[in-house]
Each structure stands twice: as C-alpha cells, then as structure tokens.
Design a protein around this ligand. Structure first.
Ligand code: ACO
Length: 278
C-alpha cells in the first residue's frame, strides 16, 4: 500500500514495521497543530493497515520531539481558543488514547530530545528504546507552566514519585542512560545501534501470535485500574475472546506443536506461526 504524504510526518513501511517519523527537524520536531493533525491521521491509518505489524515512532534529525510548539500551539493558539481546543483534542487522541490502545505493538525509538508533552506518546508506546545520549526533560517548570495535558498523570505510571517529582520540579534534563536506570525506557543503547536494536525487538514481536499479543497488551494495561474480581472476570472473558477471534488458531496449534509434534518448548520461545494470517 502506498504511504500517504504529510506536511510534518513521514511514514515508511518495511518488513512489517511502519516507521512513523516526526518530520520538523528544523524545529526539533516540536508538535505544531499541523503535526497533531498529521499524527492523528497517520496513527489512525496504521491501526487498520494489514501491512503494519509493529509501529515505531521516531524523529527526523537530532530530536525525537521537543514537546509542544511554544509558538504555534501556545502563543498563537491562545489567541484562537476554538482552534486550540480542536488541536488539543487531536493531540490527546493520538498521543494517548489511540497510542495506548493501538491494536499492535508500538515502540518509541527515542533518538534525541524528548521534552514536555512528548512524554505522553513516549509513555503510551508499549516499549521505549533510547539512544544513550538522548536528552529527556520535564521542562515545563523552566518556563512557568506545569506538566499539563496528561503528562503529570502518565509520568506517575512510569516513574517513581521521587524521580518524577524531582524532574518535574527541577526541570533538570537527563540522558538516555539515566532514563533506562529510572525504568522510563526499557533500555538505552549507543546511537549507532538504536535502529538495529529497535528492529530486533520488532522482529521478536512479529514472531508471536498477533491475537495473543494484542490481548496481552490490552489486558495488562487495563487490569491495573480494576479491582481483583473485575480483573479476574475480565481476563477470563478476554481469554475466551482470543480463542474465538484468533484466525491463526494459536491456542490449539500451540498445544499441538508442544504436546504432539514436540517441535518447540513454550517456556523457551514461540511456536511456529504455521497458519500465519498477516
Ligand atoms: N516549540 C517551538 N519551537 C521550538 C521548540 C518548541 N518546543 N523546540 C525547538 N524549537 C525551535 C526553536 O525555536 C528554533 O527555531 P528557529 O530556528 O526558528 O529559531 C529551532 O527549533 C531550533 O531550536 P534550537 O533551540 O536552536 O535548537 P538546539 O538544538 O540548540 O536546542 C532544544 C534544542 C534543547 C530542544 C531547545 O530548542 C529547547 O529547549 N526547546 C524547548 C523544549 C521544551 O521545553 N519543550 C517542552 C515544551 S512544554 C510542553 O510540551 C507542554
């Protein structure tokens, strides 16, 4: 399928991976209104696209994303509240709701600056891999606002209260290595290995049964806010849903390959996707 063209976002597809690339390098990929509309469209398209098995979000040039555009979103947006509301809606939709529940695995490949409002999509992705020299910061306090939108809320999901509050209140930036130490990202690697490590993770995910993977991610994210009886009931229903909807019949196939064929050990790696659908 031909990829759409956007003013501020590039979409590239290769071997099951869809690369969605913030593309305003001259502005360090700050999120302008146009970028929010473009991202909303690009993420929505990838949701239902059979070619997209894993989506990676990264940035062109030296930056992942320098946060909200202070000029176009804040200064100019403040003069046009109706438009700012529309942009705000699109921005929350793609940065949180769509990304958090995206039906396939998502990886934030943080190649450079990641500031302020960029924390939301970075945290919404299932995985984050950073270049060791990437630079993160909750910089809002440095210019007189608080980490708004959903930033303060989602940061508390990912950082300890000590670490999150420290960085929200001091605005001190930290590098990719420190982000990995604080478990804000899965791991950090030298910049020249970032793409290869991201592809390796994407390939590992593509070996799994997609229905099981999708249900696992949805369930793992959602049960955190349920009490135990709700979680128990929901997980039972979700398990039944996989069996009904899985076009690869992973449940039966997985048991067969282990018990009858003895071709793999579930404890050590994935079964072969012999009925591969996409
Ligand atoms: N909003 C608008 N423009 C931006 C932003 C931004 N968030 N970040 C960078 N730019 C623009 C600069 O104004 C500059 O534009 P110009 O060439 O027209 O003057 C261009 O991008 C390059 O920026 P420099 O500052 O020259 O680049 P440098 O590599 O030296 O520094 C850095 C990069 C550290 C990211 C710096 O630009 C910066 O601090 N940006 C703001 C980061 C930030 O605090 N973001 C959070 C915003 S709050 C929120 O998201 C809710």
């Amino acid at each position: 399928m031909a990829t759409k063209e956007y003013k501020t976002v590039l979409v590239e597809k290769e071997d099951g991976i869809t690369w969605v690339i913030f593309n305003r390098p001259e502005k360090r990929n700050a999120m302008s209104p146009q970028l929010h509309f473009d991202m909303y469209d690009a993420v929505t398209d990838a949701e239902g696209d059979p070619e997209t098995q894993v989506m990676v979000i990264t940035g062109a040039g030296s930056s992942w994303c320098a946060g909200m555009d202070l000029k176009e979103f804040f200064r100019e947006g403040d003069k046009n509240p109706e438009f700012q509301r529309k942009v705000g809606w699109a921005s929350q939709e793609w940065r949180w709701r769509k990304l958090f529940t995206f039906p396939k695995p998502t990886i934030a490949m943080v190649n450079g600056f990641c500031f302020g409002g960029a924390f939301t999509p970075m945290i919404a992705c299932d995985f984050a891999i950073a270049a060791e020299d990437a630079l993160f910061g909750l910089s809002e306090v440095n210019w007189g606002i608080l980490p708004g939108g959903l930033v303060s809320r989602v940061v508390t999901d990912m950082m300890t209260l000590r670490d999150g509050l420290y960085h929200a209140m001091t605005g001190d930036p930290f590098d990719g290595k420190k982000a990995a130490e604080m478990r804000l990202v899965n791991f950090a690697v030298p910049a020249d290995q970032l793409r290869a490590e991201t592809i390796a993770l994407a390939k590992k995910l593509m070996e799994k049964n997609p229905s099981a993977l999708r249900a696992t991610k949805q369930a793992y994210k959602l049960v955190r806010n349920m009490d135990y009886s709700q979680a128990e009931d929901y997980l039972a229903a979700k398990g039944a849903q996989i069996k009904m909807q899985d076009r690869e019949s992973g449940y039966d196939e997985g048991i067969k390959q282990f018990i009858d064929d003895k071709t793999y050990k579930p404890g050590l790696g994935p079964m072969a996707r012999v009925n591969k659908v996409s």
